[in-house]
Ligand binder design. Structure first.
Ligand SMILES: Nc1ncnc2c1ncn2[C@@H]1O[C@H](COP(=O)(O)OP(=O)(O)OP(=O)(O)O)[C@@H](O)[C@H]1O
Ligand SMILES: [Mg+2]
Length: 238
């Protein structure tokens, strides 16, 4: 028996099936999506920004909820860090620089740090996440914990996509604090995750105060973003 194909009839039948199922001709332009619809880049950008704002609100202490920073060095760092973060998804990722805000007490370092983080959040990055840790507070929390609790607390900060490490150096130093700092900094240094650091310690004293290994890494990580926050103690001049 010979089977004969009737090409014209077959195509007509396929066309009828496509019409019935409302399957569009792939050669035709898909209907334009509105910016409010899933699938439109603007829609997904807005979703990412809203997610980032929620993450930031969760980790930001009340005093710094409305912190902003339009310092040119902070703006430049955010632009560079955001561009490097986006490059992580490409075949040629570049290291994401960290930011160092240093200067005397009360000049606005923590405020500027949250301002920087807010700018990052507003960029609508993929895989945004953030943690905040005050260094003396962190040590006080880790010290009495069991080995496992300590490990979990530290790992959360080690792996945070963006970390604001506040008041570094404002704690009594010991071999144990240096080891904690080394583990935190070394991990973030290795996987090149961005850290915003505030401190009263001058850069020249980093290795002496933090230890050679953590101090040297901090210097290298922040080479692309160091801001001297100067002026009067804002708490006293009100
Ligand atoms: N640019 C700013 N505009 C308005 N208020 C600010 C600004 N910068 C800082 N402040 C306010 O000044 C006070 C001190 O700021 P902040 O806590 O950031 O100082 P700091 O340098 O981190 O101090 P410390 O070294 O003691 O941690 C806070 O009340 C903060 O809200
Ligand atoms: Mg501070």
């Amino acid at each position: 028996m010979t089977i004969r194909f009737d090409a014209t009839g077959a195509i007509a039948r396929i066309q009828r099936i496509c019409d019935t199922l409302e399957i569009a001709d792939p050669a035709e332009e898909p209907p334009a999506l509105s910016p409010d619809e899933p699938g439109h880049p603007d829609y997904h950008h807005r979703q990412r920004v809203e997610h980032a704002r929620r993450v930031l609100a969760r980790v930001t202490p009340l005093r710094y909820r409305s912190a902003t920073s339009d310092r040119p060095e902070v703006v430049a760092w955010v632009e560079a860090a955001v561009a490097s973060w986006r490059s992580r998804a490409t075949s040629e990722p570049v290291p994401v620089p960290s930011l160092l805000l240093y200067g005397p007490t009360g000049t606005g370092k923590t405020f500027a740090g949250f301002g920087a983080l807010r700018r990052v959040a507003e960029a609508g990055l993929p895989r945004f996440g953030a943690e905040f840790a005050s260094w003396p507070e962190l040590l006080a929390q880790l010290r009495p914990g069991s080995g496992e609790e300590r490990e979990q607390g530290l790992r959360r900060l080690m792996d945070a996509p963006w970390l604001l490490l506040d008041d570094l150096g404002r704690a009594k130093d010991s071999a144990w604090t240096e080891e904690i700092l080394y583990r935190l900094v070394n991990h973030r240094y290795n996987v090149m995750l961005p850290t915003i650091i505030t401190t009263n310690v001058p850069l020249k004293q980093f290795t002496a105060v933090f230890g050679d290994a953590p101090g040297g890494r901090l210097i290298e990580m922040t080479a692309g973003g160091r801001v001297a926050v100067t002026g009067e103690d804002r708490r006293l001049v009100r």
